[in-house]
Design a protein around this ligand. Sequence first.
Ligand code: ADP
Length: 508
Amino acid sequence: MPKATTKKPIESPTDLSPKMELVKRRVLFVSSEVVPYAKTGGLADVVGSLPQALMKLGCEVAVVLPKYKVISPEKYKLKLEIRGLTVPMGMGEMTADIYSTRLGDTHGTVYFIQNDRYFDRDGFYGTAEGDYHDNAERFAFFSRAVLEMVKAINWYPEVLHLNDWQSGLVAVYLKTLYKDIKPYNNMKTLFSIHNMAYQGLFPKYVLPMTGIGWEEFRHEKLEFYDQVNYLKAGLVYSDALNTVSERYAQEIQTEEYGHGLQGVLGDREADLYGIVNGIDYNEWNPATDKEIPAQYTVKNHEKKVESKQKLLLDQNLRFNSQTPVIGLISRLTDQKGLDLVAEIIADFLDLDVQFVVLGTGDPKYHVLLEGLKEKYSSKLAVSLKFDNRLAKLIYAGSDMFLMPSRFEPCGLGQMIAMKYGTIPLVRKTGGLADTVENLSLDGKKGTGFVFENYKGADLLFTIKRGVEAFHQPKLWSDLVERAMKEDFSWDASARKYLELYGKLLKKQ
Ligand code: ADP
């Protein structure tokens, strides 16, 4: 397989002239997670913000997700739109209730698909014991219900913007069961890949339940080693594909990053784009953040120290202005480089640093981190939970942010950290490579510390570079200012999506 760097660059619709008139589009986002209703990771942030950025450009946008148990009808003022919508499935008819609410402070709408048998559970995809046994059915139902819903509410989008495996079957239904039905046959699909590692892989006996015929169970369609693959379905049947950074679009065509689907992606290279995510500055902004003790901007970033003091106090660690605090907020998985962190953790914690960890994930990392707490009680704080408030305090109160991912479709943590003047330590992969520039040797350029080889020694060396730089006040202050000045707002990326929708709609 060719190396990612030898591939020709993936076309990105970047050459949008500012004078070009933007054609406003009607778009429905289909996603299993949306901030603020349901979040386990970056997908939720993206679908919470990108639709609003598109609305600011004049588009008509709606979003649809399952109505999970945690979504409080009172808190979000959900309004019943349709009761008992019929949703045909392979094994018979099911029903869905459709609720709606306002999308942020815009005029867009968020729709919720309720069916208690599928979604009235504590988790989104499973429990600590593993995935729910009926995920194939839950997300086939969701996908089919989305298509029935647009008819029932009589709002037909031009583009269905699908996200990850949970919505992959929408594309299959449109190209099969709905292909001759007006106006479904005019709708186009864009499939956004947020992570190739999660594929929605199920035994083939689920196929009749979906209502999709066996003629689609072929190698060049949705079959994958004699199983049904919902991510592959999205990749094969959608009209265009994109990843959430340019570099990841190249990487996933290689064996190292393709998770077995590199061939499928290679076949679709002409329709594959890379558009980097933004972050929502209404949510992530130290100038307005109410969760931190003192707000600050690039002009008075020395006030950041108040967040550091509060963070350390809350975490039972002693404050010392000369000791750098390194934060990590992440799913605790191998993808995020936790195996590298584990490999070097003793040498790392022998340095004069403090390490604050917030995350949940693989039980082996829970055990490891819990086990180190006693020995390194003055240096290590570990919170094994999902906590938005603590996350903000860590972003603001740390000096550096660790993200040594094995692969990273885009990554939001490094961009949020930079906005808070917290210097990222990252591996050069995917979106991390696209958004963090390594500090130059003379210290005058760059926004973080970047290493290339997935090796413990390289990570440790990079942390040491960070600690050394931290002790040079002028260099550090300039670095913090450069990082804070980076622009990761959604506007530029939303324009690229709009241009891509345009290309898609011109396609026959
Ligand atoms: P991924 O989607 O692969 O998990 P991203 O970097 O794209 O990674 O997005 C992760 C998002 O989830 C960020 O907004 C990050 O702050 C947040 N996050 C991750 N773990 C936690 C946690 N334990 N508590 C609070 N927020 C978290």
